[in-house]
Design a protein around this ligand. Structure first.
Ligand SMILES: *Cc1c(COP(=O)(O)O)cnc(C)c1O
Length: 355
């Protein structure tokens, strides 16, 4: 069986050696030395001054919406994983969808202004497939209308844009270290704000509001990463370069094989150093996509329809038509990509699709 991705598993001895540190310390959570060490390593890898690890990639989005005291309407993308919309609803805020750019699948800045009302307080957009949003255009709009900007960077680990970490844009960026993501801790995530005061506020929010043992700054919640999860992260971390370079070779291979086919593939925004997190392909029609999925499934290959359905069509949101997102959501399929997939497998995936 071959799935859309496969979690990278470090050698078990290396994972156990990290777990042993936690046992030796008799310290399983509450920001022990493993969490702190992983934070330092990741911040240095990402070329950002600090970051805070969390229990998953969804909680930091909720915390950001809460800590920024957002109210009313949040402008957001219909083309993302459902978490992006759910966190808005969970905070009792209203998602207002803005369609995506047909070229890059990220929120279309030219359509944002028309969606702004007196109730709009922020933009929550996704760097989908690790492709940067048009961060400069969004920054301008946010400044003009005094809006906060949160980026769901669940796919954007290690992405650089215009020479610096993509996480440097916006008020807050989050990332996910879920087992299916490029860098992972089993379950995990992070948040980063370039504004240190805001980072501190978010930090209090992720740990019950604790500022010291008996002083509480905020009505915080618990979003801490455990030492046991950080152990996985520390065991995966040394393999990051290898993971990314293999994925890069696989993506290049896919692109070569697809060059003259009827399938289109993701265009990366110019100025980006991409992370090869996903390999989405675009079919001419949903019918063709479904046929390809069926053929692949018959061979025990299970690609995923990232992201389907378009989030504006969810049964619990009020429907706003999003032509581009609805169209692409029906026609995009993510082909298998992982740190260990073999070139022969890619060739056979192509043979099956085009048989
Ligand atoms: C994976 C993902 C999340 C959620 O991350 P978890 O770590 O699973 O909570 C949020 N947004 C997007 C776009 C994702 O792909």
């Amino acid at each position: 069986m071959l799935n859309v991705t496969k979690s990278f598993l470090p050698p078990i001895e290396e994972y156990m050696a990290q777990i042993k540190r936690s046992f030796d310390n008799a310290w399983l959570t509450n920001r022990g030395e493993l969490v702190e060490e992983l934070e330092e390593k990741l911040a240095s890898y990402l070329d950002i001054p600090y970051l805070t690890l969390t229990a998953n990639g969804t909680l930091p989005l909720q915390i950001a919406l809460k800590a920024l005291n957002l109210t009313g309407e949040i402008i957001t993308t219909p083309f993302s994983y459902i978490a992006t919309t759910n966190v808005i609803l969970w905070q009792n805020l209203s998602p207002v969808f803005v369609d995506i750019e047909p070229k890059y699948f990220t929120i279309d800045p030219e359509k944002i202004e028309a969606a702004i009302t007196e109730k709009t307080s922020a933009i929550l957009a996704t760097h989908v497939f690790g492709n940067p949003c048009d961060v400069k255009a969004i920054e301008k709009i946010a400044a003009k209308y005094n809006l906060k900007v949160i980026y769901d960077g669940a796919h954007a680990f290690g992405v650089k844009y215009k020479g610096k970490s993509l996480f440097e844009w916006g008020d807050v960026s989050t990332c996910s270290f879920h087992a299916t993501k490029l860098m992972h801790t089993g379950e995990g995530g992070m948040f980063y704000s370039p504004a240190y005061e805001l980072q501190k506020k978010l930090f209090f929010h992720h740990n019950f509001g604790h500022n010291g043992q008996y002083h509480f700054e905020e009505a915080g919640i618990n979003a801490k990463m455990s030492e046991l999860h950080a152990a996985m992260g520390l065991a995966v971390f040394p393999y990051l370069e290898q993971i990314i370079s293999h994925r890069k070779a696989v993506v290049e291979n896919y692109r070569n094989l697809l060059q003259d086919s009827s399938l289109q593939f993701l265009k990366i925004r110019p100025g980006t150093e991409w992370n090869y997190h996903y390999f989405p392909v675009i079919f001419e029609s949903e019918k063709n996509l479904l046929q390809a999925v069926e053929k692949l499934n018959n061979h025990q290959i299970f690609p995923r329809r990232y992201y389907y359905p378009s989030l504006n069509t969810l049964p619990f949101v009020s429907y706003q038509k999003m032509e581009v997102s609805e169209d692409f959501a029906k026609r995009i399929l993510c082909l298998p990509l992982s740190a260990e997939i073999r070139f022969e497998t890619i060739q056979s995936i192509m043979d099956i699709i085009f048989a």
